[in-house]
Write a protein that binds this ligand. Structure first.
Ligand code: HEM
Ligand code: HEM
Length: 142
């Protein structure tokens, strides 16, 4: 049972992340595509922080749940490796995001770094979703 919490929490947070991405996209398209949009700044920041914190804690939750359930972890698995790689990327998303929030409109470079970090993060989480669903089918549902 314990092993179900992690996939459910990380998966639901992925849905929230898509919404946060859509909010950020409004900002991007007004800055770069000449479209008139409303960027819900505070909502993006608040929900963005929720996504980063839950995914980061969820990585440790996954390790904890794996260890408690199997008495070991699987450091060679793609899911473990990509899971650990998300942590520095999440940190970069957090640091660039909170810095831009404290110093509004001051930098042209940081939004770009934030965007690249966000895209890398989404690729890694995509890998986690595919490999994670594989584990659910092969281990949890067996
Ligand atoms: C700690 C969490 C986060 C904070 C504090 C934060 C903050 C911000 C801020 C302040 C901006 C506006 C930057 C500017 O144009 O001056 C921004 C842009 C953006 N954010 Fe976030 N964000 C966070 C997490 C996320 C997440 C999780 C995603 C995606 C799922 C995301 C996607 C974007 C995108 C696509 C942009 C537009 C970048 C651009 O215009 O080039 N952010 N963010
Ligand atoms: C941000 C997203 C995610 C991160 C960072 C992450 C990270 C991790 C980590 C580090 C472990 C421990 C692996 C080990 O110690 O061997 C783990 C276990 C696990 N994860 Fe995830 N995960 C994410 C999303 C998902 C999703 C979306 C699913 C399923 C839909 C999933 C399913 C599982 C399962 C079933 C385990 C326990 C069994 C095992 O590792 O063999 N994870 N996760």
């Amino acid at each position: 049972m314990l092993l179900w919490i992690h996939p459910l929490v990380q998966g639901l947070t992925a849905l929230l992340a898509l919404y946060v991405l859509w909010l950020g996209w409004q900002r991007f398209s007004s800055r770069h595509l000449g479209r008139q949009t409303v960027f819900q700044w505070n909502r993006h920041v608040t929900l963005g922080k929720v996504v980063v914190i839950v995914w980061a804690l969820g990585a440790f939750g996954g390790i904890g749940a794996t260890y408690i359930s199997f008495g070991k972890i699987f450091p060679q698995s793609t899911h473990f490796i990509a899971g650990l790689l998300t942590l520095p990327v999440l940190l970069l998303v957090w640091l660039t995001g909170t810095h831009m929030d404290r110093n509004r409109g001051k930098s042209n470079t940081l939004p770009l770094v934030h965007l690249v970090a966000v895209l890398v993060m989404l690729v890694l989480v995509g890998i986690q979703a595919v490999t994670g669903i594989g584990i659910v089918q092969n281990v949890l549902l067996k």
